[in-house]
Design a protein around this ligand. Sequence first.
Ligand code: SAM
Length: 292
Amino acid sequence: MADKRWIAETLFDAHGFRMTYAVKRVLYEMQTEHQHLVLFEHEFFGKMLMLDGATQVTTRDEFIYHEMMTHVPIFAHGKAREVLVVGGGDCGIAEEVLKHKSVTRLTQVEIDAAVVEFAKEHFPEFTKPVLADKRFDLVIDDGMDYVAKTGRRFDVIIVDSTDPQGPGKVLFTRKFYAACKRCLAAGGVLVTQNGVPFLQPAELVASVGHFRGLFADAGCYVAAIPTYVGGHMAMGWATDDRRLRDVPLKTLAERYRRSGRLATKYWTPEVHKAAFALPRFIVDVLARAKRR
Ligand code: SAM
């Protein structure tokens, strides 16, 4: 019997460790114009997508990240109509956004058409409902160029990007965040994929430092995602409306009721509130984020 193949996540090589996954079957592998893409089946996590050696999504734990990146800003805002997703290739975030009937238009700006094409075939649970929804608008472009050029304004901007390497690097710059601020409607909120503070503190320090130079309220909230190893995952938070981070539990519960109690497996009004209560070591990381 041929030796089992193991695929390693190389994202933390600099820390001297690798998560390796026993491959049941490789479903798809290619070098796209922008990055190396491999999708394989894993006994426990189901389908796993890796881009440039970093785990992006698995069918077993995707709901945690996708729900927290989506429902926290949308329920905090309370009247989000226009939503922009930057990145988001697999459409997992888009699927959660479109659960909100109050959202009138969702625009997704993805740099790599190959990721969306492959997701149509391999993640139909995300792409089917999304691509069938008239409110959905897909733009193949570099997120930096799009936010720098667009004349549209958004209530919520969700940056579901890869890590600050390769095509994703520009999405962690002050230039990008300043352009996002320009595209936010009054009272709008920006949330960003911002790594795992225990292993990637510099990423959070840099982003929140930029946010502090641009927005009245800057920080992060957290959730624990099994395959984003290293404990809490940080989701960057930036807005000029300071009230949004502290919407009363009663109001969140009422907004959830009015949303028809859309289906979630992680997000609840209580989890939403708790996500902003940060452990001290992350508060200390944020304290290092000087205005830039
Ligand atoms: N949830 C995943 C994570 O936290 O690592 C990210 C998932 S999603 C697959 C990331 C997407 O960002 C990829 O499809 C990638 O092509 C896209 N992306 C990277 N850089 C981009 C850029 N500059 N503009 C738009 N999309 C970009």
